[in-house]
Design a protein around this ligand. Structure first.
Ligand code: FES
Ligand code: FES
Length: 159
């Protein structure tokens, strides 16, 4: 059974008919053609599929697509600035080596964005607590924490 839903995706209004059993990640990577959001475990364990729904980081592999009706969704594609320039958070991950194979990176960055939007001055512990649901097999996490701290500093200076 299909249901029409309306929501805002990366600042654009979207109307789409979705099968009621589909997950948010299914429609993002499927009909909406946004492949930046990754699927790892598909069970809410790895965080690779993290996107932001109404300012909150969620696992899109567990989030029913029809639940985004009337909400605002941001994916990694929505972080690019005008002229397709990388955002401050993305640049910080590049600069501090928070990206290696890159599989976890969209999820890490979306969790970081949700954190810094609500808490521009996070402590190391707050950063660790935020990213506890985002697994990385490559970096050992130190570079990721450094990336978040650099992003926080850059964003503070730009205000
Ligand atoms: S793919 Fe969603 S948490 Fe792993
Ligand atoms: S950079 Fe490879 S899983 Fe994180």
């Amino acid at each position: 059974m299909k249901k029409e839903i309306n929501f805002v995706l990366n600042d654009s209004e979207v109307t789409i008919a979705v099968e009621t059993h589909k997950r948010l990640i299914d429609i993002l990577r499927g009909p909406l053609n946004l492949h930046g959001t990754r699927e790892g475990c598909g069970e809410g364990e790895c965080g690779a599929c993290t996107v932001i729904v109404d300012s909150r980081a969620v696992n899109s592999c567990l989030y029913p697509a029809i639940e985004v009706e009337g909400k605002k969704v941001i994916t990694i594609e929505g972080l690019l600035n005008r002229g397709n320039q990388l955002s401050a958070i993305q640049k910080a991950f590049v600069e501090k080596g928070g990206i290696q194979c890159g599989f976890c990176t969209p999820g890490m960055i979306m969790s970081t964005k949700a954190l810094l939007d609500s808490n521009p001055n996070p402590t190391d512990e707050e950063i660790r607590n935020t990213l506890v649901g985002n697994l990385c097999r490559c970096t050992g996490y130190v570079q990721i924490i450094d990336s978040v701290k650099l992003a926080a500093n850059t964003l503070k200076k730009s205000k």
